[in-house]
Design a protein. Structure first.
Length: 171
């Protein structure tokens, strides 16, 4: 019986990933977002997450290293193997509101590029994009949608969120 010829050069499928999990780990410890980490390495976001998870099957070591090494107090949801882990205590509505009153208007930028001017007005936090208005009450703080049904997720988790502004003003 003759063995079938196997195509070595053209095996098909997606190209294999040449990035090492440690490269992803190093960028994430620096506080770089999943999206920016993936873009810097030339891979997809899900691939970056999968590579980091492949080190020991979980992201616990990564979370510990991030907490110990960075010293950055940022409110971020870290996606790890399809699960969301909130690793820092988020800033309370009252503290952000008081900081907006004391230090003037804040700013935020969503992942879609929308820039917001953020003010403290009559017990609410008001985010003003180029057109429209997003009013955030105490009871809808950190929710992706406000009480009125307006999308507000980008204000909290964009490249420069209201929480990043708060952390900068707190320094």
């Amino acid at each position: 019986m003759i063995a079938p010829k196997v195509a070595v050069k053209n095996r098909g499928g997606r190209p294999s990933v040449t990035i090492k999990p440690e490269q992803v780990h190093q960028l994430r410890i620096l506080g770089i977002s999943w999206r920016r980490t993936a873009k810097a390495l030339g891979i997809g976001t899900a691939t970056a997450m999968r590579l980091l998870k492949s080190i020991d099957g979980s992201c616990e070591h990564y979370l510990r290293a991030l907490l110990q090494a960075s010293g950055i107090v940022r409110n971020r949801n870290l996606f790890c193997g399809g699960r969301v882990r909130l690793i820092f205590m988020p800033a309370r509505f009252e503290k952000v509101y008081r900081m907006l009153e004391a230090k003037g208007p804040g700013r935020a930028k969503s992942h879609r590029g929308t820039e917001y001017k953020i003010k403290a007005v009559n017990g609410n936090i008001v985010a003003l994009p180029r057109s429209g208005r997003v009013t955030i009450h105490r009871d809808c703080w950190l929710q992706p949608q406000t009480c009125q049904g307006t999308r507000a997720g980008g204000i909290y988790n964009g490249p420069y969120s209201i929480l990043d502004w708060y952390a900068d003003m707190k320094k």
